[in-house]
Every structure is written in structure tokens, then in C-alpha cells.
Design a protein around this ligand. Structure first.
Ligand code: NAD
Length: 352
């Protein structure tokens, strides 16, 4: 397999690069603009390995990406590059529109051009896997789960930009025949996640004895999936997915943000005891504007059609994740002291 991965220096993309090169022995071209969440350290162990190439490029730079794809001749493209933090999209959506919509369009056009020039047999095997989120479906009530046929109801600028790219990807399949497959996944957690998202931010604040701020009443619920299980699902799409289909991935491990914070604190109490329980650091903060109450995905289709199932239970994966952040201060310390120290983002609209 010759696999081009966009966003391969990010959280999920780097897990995909590591698994593709290490576990599968595939050849990988990692295309990443090294935006703030893109960390070359995440794939440092792959540098210099035969079968791994890094291209520092913006997916919106169509000519550059097209040249690189034409030279690499991928069997598939796994498109993960994106702006991904909802709170940042509330503060300023520009980069989200630019990368998630304009960039996705440029990438689809580059892929289409390279795909069209392939010999017939390679064209038939080629896949473009567009990786998206269940946030495009909007908020759930207390019951039910999203399915592949749920209507699109994005409510944050981030979700709206991802919804737009999902529609573009499907249109490139319908209009031009590009062999596109779309996946929508629930919230991921695991090592190497940029410490602005709930789980790594809570772990680092707790480790530093700072307040663990939980939005609103803490009752917002997410269906957590370990990043390695998501990557396994994406690889199953590459190997067994049907062109034109959509697959939903979810862990079936629903937890509220307050439950997640308490679980992290309980693990830290065992791993790094302090005088007072870590849960004393939990505080409620003003809610995120337009905060979706609940997301959960029904992944029955992926389980049946792709023979995929999550392997990690949330409590085990979370313990391993907490241990990873404890052991890898050299990874997160420069981020905390430079790029992002944990300041509240995305509250702007609520404050006006
Ligand atoms: P991330 O923010 O950790 O990484 C994004 C990567 O994209 C970074 O390496 C960044 O440098 C790169 N990038 C940003 N703009 C770029 C551009 N213009 N050109 C090239 N590269 C660019 O994100 P993540 O959490 O790993 O998410 C990856 C993908 O998976 C996204 O498309 C996201 O919408 C989707 N997704 C994420 C989750 C989740 O819980 N993290 C869940 C479902 C779907």
C-alpha cells in the first residue's frame, strides 16, 4: 500500500502514520502544513525510515500537492488535515473555512487530476478516504444515536466547515467518479493529542495543580473512542470499504465531561498522589456558546461491513493516556510554555 496521509503530524494523523509504517509496512507520504497542532515530534520516530516521506505543504496549495501526489502515485489518500478545535472556531472561523473547505476542495482537485492520469487498473483500486466527525449531525437528545443517514445539522463553525467538506467529498464521487469514502467518528482520545482538548488539558492542569475547568453543568456527553481504534477503522475502510459509502465509528463509551474529569482525577490519585484529591481542582466554567449536549454514534454498519470493533475500553485507554502524559513531559512542556498554556478559548460570544 502506498498511502498519502494529510495532517499526519496531528493527533490522529500521526497515529495513522506510525501504524501504517510500523505495523503494516506501508509506504507513507505525510503532507502537513505544521499548523499549531501539527508536531513533527509526533512522527520523529519515522524520520529517515525507508517508506516514510514528509512533505511540509498546505493542502490549499493545489499545485504543490498535485506534484507530490503525481510523483508518489498513492493507492489511497487518507485526508485528516484540518483545523479541529471547536473553541478556536468560535473565536475566529477563518482558518477553518480556509483549510477545512477551501483546502479540502484543492486536495480533491489534486487527487482527481492524479487519479485520472492513472492506468485503468490503478484507477479502479484508488481510494480517497475523507475523515470527518459526528459533530456534523448536531446535538442529540438524551436518547438515540447518530447513524449514516442522520441529517446534517452542524451548529459550531468547526462542525459547519467539516460538513461542507463532507458534501464536497461526496459531490466529487457523484460528479467526477472519484472513489470517495466518508467516515464520521466520535471524540477520540489517546497519546499525542494537543493539550487544548478536554482530556489532555484536564490531565495537564491536574498535574500542575491548576483548576480543571468544565463547561456549563458538566453534563455534556460524548461517545469516546481510542485513537488507535479509530485508525484501525480507517485502515479497515482502506482495505474493505465500499466506494461511495459512509461509515460511522464510535466507542459506545458515553461519558459526561464531569465523569471524564473525575475519572482522570481518580487515575491521578493512584498514579501521582497529592495531599488533597485531584477532584478538588474541578470547577464549573461558563458554558461554550451553542454547546451540543450529546453526541453518540451507532457503528453497527462499520462493525458488520468492515469487521471492525473497538479494542480499548474507556477506563483502560484513559489510564494508559494519563500515564503517557505523565511520562512525556518533554513533549507537552514546550507546548504549555510556548504555544498554548491552557487559557480559556471560545467564550467570546458568551461574554458579549
Ligand atoms: P489535529 O488538530 O491534532 O491535527 C490536524 C493536523 O492537520 C495538524 O498536523 C495540522 O498541522 C494539519 N493541518 C492543518 N491545516 C493544514 C493545512 N492547511 N494543510 C496541511 N495540513 C494542515 O486534528 P486531529 O484531532 O488529529 O483530527 C484529524 C482529523 O480527524 C480532522 O479532520 C478532524 O476533523 C477529524 N476528527 C477528529 C476527531 C477527534 O476527536 N480528534 C474526531 C472525529 C474526526
Amino acid at each position: 500500500m502506498r498511502l498519502a496521509i494529510t495532517g499526519g503530524c496531528g493527533f490522529i494523523g500521526s497515529a495513522a502514520c506510525r501504524a501504517a509504517v510500523d505495523a503494516r509496512g506501508w509506504s507513507v507520504l505525510n503532507i502537513d502544513a505544521l499548523a499549531y497542532a501539527g508536531r513533527r515530534e509526533n512522527v520523529a520516530m519515522l524520520e529517515g525510515r525507508p517508506g516514510y516521506t514528509f512533505l511540509h505543504a498546505d493542502i490549499a496549495d493545489r499545485a504543490r500537492v498535485e506534484d507530490a501526489l503525481a510523483a508518489f502515485q498513492p493507492d489511497a489518500i487518507l485526508h485528516l488535515a484540518a483545523e479541529t478545535h471547536v473553541d478556536r472556531s468560535i473565536d475566529a472561523a477563518d482558518a477553518f473555512v480556509r483549510t477545512n473547505i477551501v483546502g479540502a476542495h484543492a486536495l480533491l482537485e489534486a487527487a482527481r487530476s492524479v487519479w485520472r492520469a492513472m492506468p485503468h487498473e490503478r484507477r479502479a483500486r484508488f481510494r480517497f478516504v475523507h475523515v470527518s466527525t459526528d459533530e456534523v449531525f448536531g446535538a442529540l437528545g438524551p436518547e438515540g444515536r447518530f447513524t449514516e443517514t442522520s441529517p446534517y445539522r452542524p451548529r459550531s463553525p468547526y462542525a459547519a466547515s467539516k460538513a461542507a467538506s463532507d458534501h464536497l467529498a461526496r459531490a466529487w464521487r457523484e460528479t467526477y467518479g472519484l472513489p470517495v469514502i466518508v467516515s464520521n467518528c466520535t471524540n477520540n482520545y489517546g497519546p499525542y493529542q494537543f493539550p487544548e482538548k478536554l482530556i489532555p488539558l484536564s490531565i495537564l492542569n491536574a498535574l500542575e495543580g491548576k483548576p480543571i475547568a468544565i463547561y456549563g453543568d458538566g453534563g455534556h456527553s460524548r461517545d469516546w473512542l481510542h485513537v488507535d481504534d479509530h485508525v484501525a477503522g480507517l485502515f479497515a475502510i482502506l482495505e474493505r470499504g465500499a466506494v461511495g459509502e459512509t461509515y460511522l465509528f464510535g466507542g459506545g463509551d458515553e461519558r459526561t465531561s464531569l465523569e471524564v474529569a473525575h475519572a482522570i482525577c481518580a487515575i491521578l490519585d493512584a498514579e501521582q498522589p497529592r495531599r488533597a484529591p485531584h477532584a478538588d481542582l474541578i470547577t464549573l466554567a461558563p458554558d461554550r456558546p451553542g454547546h451540543d449536549r450529546r453526541y453518540a454514534a451507532d457503528s453497527a454498519k462499520a462493525r458488520a461491513a468492515l469487521e471492525w470493533a473497538p479494542q480499548q475500553r474507556f477506563e483502560d485507554g484513559l489510564r494508559e493516556t494519563v500515564r503517557w502524559y505523565i511520562a512525556n513531559e518533554a513533549w507537552w512542556r514546550p507546548i504549555r510554555e510556548g504555544l498554548y498554556a491552557g487559557r480559556r478559548l471560545g467564550a467570546g460570544a458568551a461574554q458579549t
